[in-house]
Design a binder for this molecule. Structure first.
Ligand code: NAD
Length: 499
């Protein structure tokens, strides 16, 4: 087993600076009055850098820079912007390992995920939007013999982007790639729990963009996020985070009558129909692996399959096999290449998960496996680790209804198809879902009947750039990925011309 050197070690790929300011107008700018806050790594709990604590004054400066840069950037051709996006993708690709280490250190997720998923997906998002922006067409309608309507796509101008801590670099690139491709200038606020890795990316790509096109204001939600999201100087707010925060973002945006994209929470059901167990073959094996996806990224995934619904006739055997498979998922040092589960992103998140483990027990759910904080010993003792946990209970319980955002799955049984769909849809959320069935008609019907924006059928947790992603119900508004995302970052100009 190999282990990547931690940032700062002599043989390490990354050397984080001791302190990061805001990135405004193409340069680093100290905070106007907020000072700095300490940023620990979840791997060991040790502080490794400090970060500027943004306030309204810093947001205003970033908006000044963005407004200065937006007109010229908006007038560049799609081909010019596509080239910039490809160059950004090239830089990420050329520095993939360093960025993966930086991300793992800041967030706690295992290096095998950052290497195999987070960073390659980030590269692909820039390449995808570099491609689709060049293929974007307006339209012409002949209204009458002497009247013609021309439709143009124009950038919105300056957009605000506020992101969470679970996939810091990937969430940033999901938002930046379409916004920049569409010709907008951006002010982005990273999450306060994972504020550092974006600066490693900035060091690599900042020279590729005109100053002011991409600005980063660090800081906390109310101090820095609120002035950004409520500013009359932004044309749109793109937000990923909790549903409760999403409500506030909508309130701020309503004051300025601007659009929002909200990617919010979830409580995704993962359905296992009886024919999954018809044979103990590769399909069955894949379904078991699909079950363990609740622990991917330590369960800190908005689409975490945090509810497993198993048909009664296979329930006992399938759960027993799924438990064995879950217990084999290797937890360890996030920089070890064999580690499959790393650290929770913050101490607050660790405390929240531990509180839910208590709630589950108190409301009468049975702990099938896990259920406690994991002490991995040595330097990891100060880190934030939880053993993957399977609860068995009832869909009305809080652990089935509330987003835990940890490696915790709540399992229950269903009698038949109608019962499965009813239970799956008995939630405030509608972000993701999984369906496992050999019978094509069952799989297709369930995929259509579940109220969620993304249903994985006989797979789970793929995120291709070309597939639209977003929530039904309280999981959000709008879509990310797919070329339809450009509609969220451009507006339509109509010229009605008499000839
Ligand atoms: P959060 O809402 O606490 O914070 C998200 C961001 O919003 C942070 O940058 C934070 O500083 C900022 N923020 C907080 N309060 C704010 C305010 N009043 N005004 C403006 N900004 C504010 O969410 P989190 O805990 O960082 O992230 C976890 C959540 O994100 C989970 O609910 C998860 O499901 C969701 N998520 C959703 C998706 C998706 O695509 N649907 C993807 C990833 C995460």
């Amino acid at each position: 087993m190999a282990r990547y050197a931690a940032p700062g070690q002599p043989e390490g790929l990354v050397r984080y600076r001791d302190r990061y300011d805001h990135f405004i107008g193409g340069e680093y700018v100290p905070p106007a009055k907020g000072g700095y806050f300490a940023n620990p790594t979840p791997v060991t709990g040790a502080v490794f850098t400090e970060i500027a604590r943004g306030t309204a004054e810093d947001v205003e400066r970033a908006l000044d820079a963005a407004h200065g840069a937006a007109p010229a950037w908006g007038r560049t051709s799609p081909a010019e912007r596509a080239l910039v996006l490809h160059r950004i993708a090239d830089r990420i690709e050329a520095n993939l390992e360093a960025l993966a280490v930086a991300e793992t250190w800041d967030n706690g997720k295992p290096i095998r995920e950052t290497l195999a998923a987070d960073l390659p997906l980030a590269v692909d998002h820039f390449r995808y939007f570099a491609g689709v922006i060049r293929a974007r067409e307006g339209g012409i309608s002949q209204i009458s013999d002497d009247l013609v309507a021309y439709h143009f796509h124009e950038p919105l101008g300056v957009v605000a982007q506020i992101i969470p801590w679970n996939f810091p670099l990937l969430m940033a690139t999901w938002k930046l790639a379409p916004a920049l491709a569409a010709g907008n200038a951006v002010v982005l606020k990273p999450a306060e729990q994972t504020p550092a890795s974006i600066h490693v990316l900035l060091d690599l790509i900042a020279d590729l963009l005109p100053p002011g096109v991409l600005n980063v204001v660090n800081g906390f939600g109310v101090e820095a996020g609120k002035p950004l999201a409520s500013s009359p100087r932004v044309a749109k707010v793109a937000f990923t985070g909790e549903t409760t925060t999403g409500r506030l973002i909508m309130q701020y945006a309503s004051e300025n009558i601007i659009p929002v994209t909200l990617e919010l929470g979830g409580k995704s059901p993962n359905l296992f129909f009886a024919d999954v167990a018809a044979q103990r073959d590769a399909f069955y094996d894949k379904a078991l692996e699909g079950f363990t996806m609740f622990a991917l990224n330590q369960g800190e995934v908005c689409t975490c399959p945090s509810r497993a619904l198993i048909q009664s006739t296979i329930y006992d055997d399938f759960l027993a096999d799924a438990t064995t498979r879950t217990e084999a998922v290797r937890q360890g040092h996030p920089l070890d290449t064999e580690t499959m589960i790393g650290a929770q992103a913050s101490n607050d998140q660790l405390e929240k998960i531990l509180a839910y483990l208590d709630i589950g027990r108190r409301e009468g759910a049975r702990v099938v496996t896990g259920g406690e904080r994991a002490d991995l010993g040595g330097e990891l003792s100060g880190g934030y680790y939880v053993t993957p946990t399977i609860f068995e209970g009832d869909n009305k319980m809080r652990i089935f209804q509330e987003e835990i955002f940890g490696p915790v799955v709540a399992v229950t049984r269903f009698a038949d198809y109608d019962d499965a769909i009813k239970t799956a849809n008995d939630t405030l959320y509608g972000l993701g879902a999984g369906v496992w069935a050999r019978d094509g008609r069952t799989a297709y019907r369930a995929g259509r009947d579940i109220q969620a924006g993304r249903v994985w059928v006989n797979n789970y947790h793929a995120y291709p750039a070309a597939a639209a992603f977003g929530g039904y119900k309280q999981s959000g508004i709008g879509r990310e990925n797919h070329r339809m995302m450009l509609d969220h970052y451009q507006q339509t100009k109509n010229l009605l011309v008499s000839y």
